[in-house]
Design a protein around this ligand. Structure first.
Ligand SMILES: NC(=O)c1ccc[n+]([C@@H]2O[C@H](COP(=O)([O-])OP(=O)(O)OC[C@H]3O[C@@H](n4cnc5c(N)ncnc54)[C@H](OP(=O)(O)O)[C@@H]3O)[C@@H](O)[C@H]2O)c1
Length: 283
């Protein structure tokens, strides 16, 4: 199977592409330098030339806070860019996998969100990703909309690496009133593979279980200290960790208080995945 990946140089793309190759796919890796998704003509030409069986659309504007002041760019990439991809995939009958986010939800639920629950984004990033979802659903027949959350991986800026970089600080304040599902990019990539034998539609692919950002940080330090490459490294790391409220850690973009998603068993428990991520990182 020939699979074209957009945003292949991003955090997810860099873990996804080798996993696709491992299962025998012929993978065409693209990013803004080779396929700018905001350029409709280029999208049309590249997809017509290559004629992949499937496009996995990872390219996005992902800076949640910056999207509050730069809605225009977020819209151009997340909405127009996705429309360009979806329109050509729809015309050529190419299966489209679109990566979306838990931030399409407003966080007012007290139950894990199912794929059927109604989105109601509360920030620009979530709103533009949701518009992207709607474009995919209206322009393609063969599609998977894949919502994921709290992503971390070896090839990008993410919460796990941020915490480890702050580990020896005397005070590390982390929000303890936002609840979600941490997801390793490798788990997401494997979850996408599992989806491909399921009917087209909208799915949640994120770590099983849930925690707060503070709970996530606590688990990162606990696991890191157990697994540290040498007995001295990691000693006392994370001792400065303190829970705080969202109000105590103001950010430009609002975040949903509760964005736990029901993943239908597509991924393993988030702590188990974190263990494997840290183990691989420490080798
Ligand atoms: N990270 C998370 O916590 C999270 C959570 C939920 C959902 N998601 C979704 O998961 C997907 C992958 O996220 P990620 O963390 O891997 O993102 P990422 O690391 O920011 O990767 C996105 C990639 O898209 C590229 N890109 C930007 N504009 C483009 C354009 N016009 N044409 C082609 N490529 C372009 C970026 O290039 P530059 O770096 O040069 O801009 C980057 O290589 C995204 O759809 C995101 O919305 C992420």
């Amino acid at each position: 199977m020939k699979i074209l990946v957009t945003g292949a140089k991003g955090m997810l793309g860099q873990d996804l592409c080798p996993i696709l190759e491992d299962v025998g796919a012929f993978v065409i890796e693209t990013d803004v330098d080779t396929l700018d998704i905001t350029n409709a003509e280029q999208v049309n030409q590249v997809l017509n030339d290559i004629r992949p069986d499937m496009v996995i659309h990872c390219a996005a504007y992902t800076n949640v806070d910056k999207a509050e002041e730069d809605l225009k760019t977020a819209e151009l990439i997340n909405v127009t860019g996705t429309e360009n991809i979806a329109e050509t995939c729809g015309k050529l009958g190419i299966t489209l996998v679109y990566i979306s986010t838990d931030y399409v939800f407003d966080g007012e639920s007290i139950e894990p969100y199912t794929p059927e629950d109604l989105p109601n984004p509360i920030n620009n990033y979530g709103a533009t990703k949701y518009e992207g979802e709607e474009a995919v659903r209206s322009l393609c027949e063969k599609y998977y909309v894949v919502r994921t959350s709290w992503l971390y991986g070896h090839h990008g800026k993410n919460f796990v690496e941020t915490m480890l970089a702050l580990a020896d600080r005397n005070e590390i304040n982390v929000v303890d009133d936002q609840v979600g599902c941490p997801t390793w990019t490798v788990e997401l990539a494997n979850g996408i593979l599992k989806l491909l034998s399921k009917p087209y539609g909208t799915y949640h692919v994120c770590g099983s279980g849930f925690t707060t950002w503070y709970g996530f940080a606590k688990e990162i330090f606990a696991q890191y200290n157990r697994q540290a490459p040498s007995p001295l490294e990691g000693e006392g790391w994370g001792e400065g960790l303190k829970p705080c409220t969202t109000e105590g850690f103001p950010r430009p973009a609002k975040r949903p208080k509760f964005s736990v998603m029901d993943n239908g068993g597509l991924c393993r428990n988030w702590q188990v995945a974190l263990h494997d991520y840290l183990e691989l990182r420490n080798i």
